[in-house]
Design a protein around this ligand. Structure first.
Ligand SMILES: Nc1ncnc2c1ncn2[C@@H]1O[C@H](COP(=O)(O)OP(=O)(O)OP(=O)(O)O)[C@@H](O)[C@H]1O
Length: 404
């Protein structure tokens, strides 16, 4: 499947991006090479298919300032097609994913900041991830889900223009606050549940929920929390089942967050996300993981058995209602697990942990997070993942399980 070509984008954006053209610009095949430098810019401007939004704008010069050959100074910026840079001023690299680079950019006409996720789609794997992500992003519009603004495409790459989240990841916020209570945890989880519930109502399972994929929109205390990274998402419609659970023919996600039914190759549904949210709730309240082991085999075994506890600190300071919330998410039987709708109405969330002590959990949480980070780094995560040890290892992108 092509990656977004010819697809319509979602309707009018909800957060005032009126001045940004909401269009998919599929750059012509005959003028596709974004790395070839200034010569292509002229081609781009002559390409009638490229008339949407960029006509008459001069792409920036690619001549290196230090006089070295262009190949030598190639940076992430050179991966941006001149037709993209004619429209957006690429400011800084924010991060890298398995198939992507994400940059902060500014729309040249409106000066509005955005994130641009550039995905390599020449290889089949990158194309699949990109297609999955776009298929979801083009359908969604919710305050707690990252908003796609426009898609620009050349044959080798897709550029997704997204709203820019500047408030950092969920756990970064927990650490940086200096003070963190159960009430704060319910606020974050309520927003995550609202976003996930919205997705589930559309029949979309995210399948890779983890704190790193929950980003704050801005650094302020009142910021929205956004569900991001839909590279592993799938929809009920895609699986060919109109209603109810479907069988995932693939495993995906990050080992510590994966639901038992995924490991057992059972029928999977949106409930896999609710398990992951149980894991996230456990981490947010304690800074430690419910399921963790250096051995991948032992890790999977403890997940399949649902073997976790509330023994370490700060659990003695955490309310029973918070533990009840987690216990109703980390349920082995997916049918018995809380749905997003039920979880958002759990008394701990509804009352914003009113019955808890409001104790500051920050010290224990950051201590546990620091300890975990040093354990993980000393184990060398890249080799751990390949040798079967679990640091915070991905199960693998769309790793086939040959279920039939
Ligand atoms: N809209 C955005 N605003 C701000 N930062 C973003 C945005 N989208 C992604 N990022 C950041 O860019 C980095 C790369 O994100 P991306 O989703 O491409 O990959 P990933 O999820 O980190 O990795 P993988 O592809 O292996 O799942 C991450 O650190 C992420 O937090």
């Amino acid at each position: 499947m092509g990656c977004g070509a010819g697809k319509a984008l979602p309707g009018a954006p909800r957060k005032g991006y009126v001045s940004v053209v909401q269009s998919l610009v599929a750059f012509g095949k005959a003028h596709h090479d974004g790395d070839r430098g200034p010569k292509k810019c002229g081609d781009a401007q002559r390409d009638p298919r490229f008339s949407t939004g960029v006509k008459n704008q001069q792409p920036p010069s690619k001549t290196p300032r230090d006089g070295r050959a262009p190949e030598r100074v190639a940076t992430y910026k050179d991966k941006f097609d001149p037709r993209v840079t004619a429209r957006y001023d690429i400011k800084a690299l924010i991060g890298r994913g398995s198939f992507s680079r994400v940059v902060r950019a500014e729309h040249r006409a409106t000066r509005q900041p955005f994130a641009i996720k550039m995905m390599e789609v020449e290889a089949a794997e990158g194309r699949e991830v990109c297609a999955a992500e776009l298929a979801v992003l083009q359908r969604v519009s919710h305050a707690n889900v990252i908003q796609l603004v426009e898609v620009l495409q050349v044959p080798q790459r897709v550029y997704m223009v997204l709203e820019l989240a500047t408030g950092g990841e969920l756990l970064e916020r927990v650490i940086s606050r200096g003070h963190f209570t159960e009430r704060d945890a319910t606020q974050a989880l309520r927003m995550a549940l609202a976003g996930v519930g919205y997705l589930h109502n559309l029949g979309i399972a995210h399948r890779d929920l983890k704190p790193e994929n929950l980003l704050y929109y801005h650094p302020g205390a009142d910021s929205r929390l956004l569900v991001t990274d839909f590279g592993l998402a799938t929809s009920v419609a895609d699986a060919g089942v109109a209603d109810g659970p479907w069988s995932l023919r693939t495993t995906c996600g990050t080992a510590e967050y994966v639901a038992p039914e995924v490991l057992l190759l059972g029928p999977c549904s949106c409930a896999v996300d609710m398990w992951a949210l149980g894991v996230i709730a456990y981490i947010v309240l304690s800074g430690s993981m419910p399921f963790e082991d250096e051995s991948r085999t032992r890790l999977y075994r403890s997940i399949i058995r649902g073997r976790y506890n509330f023994l370490r600190e700060p659990w003695s300071s955490v309310s029973n209602l918070a533990k009840d919330f987690i216990q109703h998410l980390l349920v082995l039987d997916p049918a018995a697990r809380l749905t997003a709708e039920q979880a958002i109405h759990h008394p701990w969330v509804v009352t914003m942990a009113a019955s808890s002590s409001m104790r500051n959990l920050h010290r224990s949480i950051s201590q546990n997070l620091r300890q975990r980070a040093s354990r993980t780094s000393s184990r060398c995560p890249s080799s751990a993942a390949s040798s079967g040890d679990a640091g915070s290892a991905r199960l693998g992108r769309m790793m086939p399980l040959h279920l039939d």
